[in-house]
Design a protein around this ligand. Structure first.
Ligand code: PSV
Ligand code: MN
Length: 403
């Protein structure tokens, strides 16, 4: 063990924390990666086609397995339907299993068909609403075939102009559809309801914020929970406040990690707002010490939802995982007793320091030690780049980049 690690270990001991609890917590933080993060993507203006980029689900699983191989914490892959439909689901599951991974959340797609231009489940046309709901119900069956227990829902539904839609009617159509979906789901499945403040609708979005997701999740019942995508808020919204509130209500089910500077920028998580990410984990870890919120805090599904258009895709995914682990590890090191004392004494600056000091730790030696104990290379990025996979990828014959 190197000197930096020893110093950190001593510091952790001095905080009264059990080093094994810290290490187990780091090891057990699983981060799902998205199938669509491995394929070609771009901006509103252009999709950049790259050589060796996967097209089929099988090819995406190959790349996802590589991310898991070097990070050790990404054993599941979210899929988007119909993009990731396959002929034989047992075969796809066996393929994933053979690579040491599995299928995670199933994401229905109710935004790409022409019929959905004016909305999917909130469309004024009842046939379109039926079609969108039927697709989501079909996704329940696909989830069963993929042996997945979660459905992750995001709706592009919204309007561009005042007066364009009847907002109350649309709210009720949304609820009707979610209730139908709930009926089709097995009891041990979960429905994650994602919100987004804007885009593609620019006047109103049918599920615009956590309040709307929460309201719907409450009406649907116990299978439904809120999903927080870091890119989906108005500027400067206090996301950690939302997280703490949803934890207290036992209604937070998942995260989509990414970072934004201005809008839903899909940048690598932790590159723009690392402190925000740390503060979110601080709330989650705190909730794990509270009997009322413990179960909810321990069952959150973490996923990276990023489409890298200028970054090399696998390194971008590895970097994202490292950034999440870094923020989480720092949050584990908050001196919660000092924080509690400061709060009880109305010591504003003491409380702020108890949180901020943890963020200032360099946890890289700790993460490296955990990786070594997991039998991994302590530097996943270097190990990946040295592996030659990036070059092999360029040579392989599949992928949309070869069209
Ligand atoms: C929408 O911006 C979103 O965040 C939703 O999660 C989608 O499922 C995902 O991006 C991919 O389109
Ligand atoms: Mn998302």
């Amino acid at each position: 063990m190197n000197k930096e690690y020893k110093i950190l270990e001593e510091k952790i001991g001095n905080l009264g924390l059990d080093i094994n609890w810290v290490k187990d917590s780091i090891r057990n933080l699983e981060i799902e990666t998205p199938s669509w993060g491995y394929g070609d993507s771009g901006t509103r203006f252009k999709v950049f086609r790259k050589k060796g980029v996967p097209g089929s689900l099988y090819e995406k699983l190959d790349d996802a397995a590589i991310v898991n191989k070097y990070t050790g914490v990404c054993p599941s892959v979210a899929v988007h339907i119909p993009w990731d439909k396959v002929e034989n689901y047992d075969d796809a599951c066996a393929y994933a299993e053979n690579l040491g991974i599995r299928i995670g959340a199933v994401n229905p797609n109710v935004f790409q068909d022409d019929d959905y231009m004016l909305g999917s489940v909130t469309n004024a046309d009842s046939d379109t609403r039926k079609k969108a709901t039927a697709h989501m119900v079909e996704c329940v069956d696909i989830a069963r075939k993929f042996k997945s227990k979660s459905l992750s829902l995001w709706f592009a539904d919204g309007t561009n102009y005042p007066g364009q839609g009847n907002i109350r009617k649309r709210k009720n159509w949304m609820l009707e559809s979610l209730l139908e979906l709930d009926k089709a789901m097995d009891d041990d499945m979960r429905m994650l309801i994602e919100y987004k403040a804007f885009e593609p609708g620019f006047y109103h979005t049918d599920i615009n914020d956590w309040g709307m997701s929460y309201l719907l999740a409450n009406k649907v019942g116990k299978k439904a929970q809120v999903l927080v995508d870091l890119g989906h808020h108005a500027q400067e919204v206090n996301i950690e406040h939302i997280v703490a509130t949803l934890l207290d209500e036992n209604k937070i089910g998942g995260f989509h990690f990414n970072n934004k500077k201005y809008a839903d920028d899909d940048l690598i998580v932790g590159t723009i707002k690392p402190y925000e990410l740390f503060l979110i984990f601080n709330e989650i870890i705190d909730a794990k010490f509270d009997g009322k919120t413990k179960d909810c805090a321990e069952n959150i599904a973490y996923m990276i939802d990023q489409s890298h258009s200028i970054e090399p895709k696998i390194p971008a995914m590895i970097k994202s995982v490292i950034n999440v682990q870094t923020a989480h590890a720092k949050a584990l090191l908050v001196d919660r007793k000092a924080l509690e004392n400061a709060r009880n004494n109305n010591d504003v600056l003491g409380a702020e320091s108890a949180v901020h000091d943890a963020f200032l730790n360099d946890v890289r030696p700790l993460l490296a030690a955990v990786r070594e104990e997991m039998g991994l290379n302590p530097d996943p990025m270097k190990a990946y780049l040295d592996s030659g996979y990036e070059m092999e990828k360029l040579k392989r014959g599949y992928g949309q980049g070869w069209e």
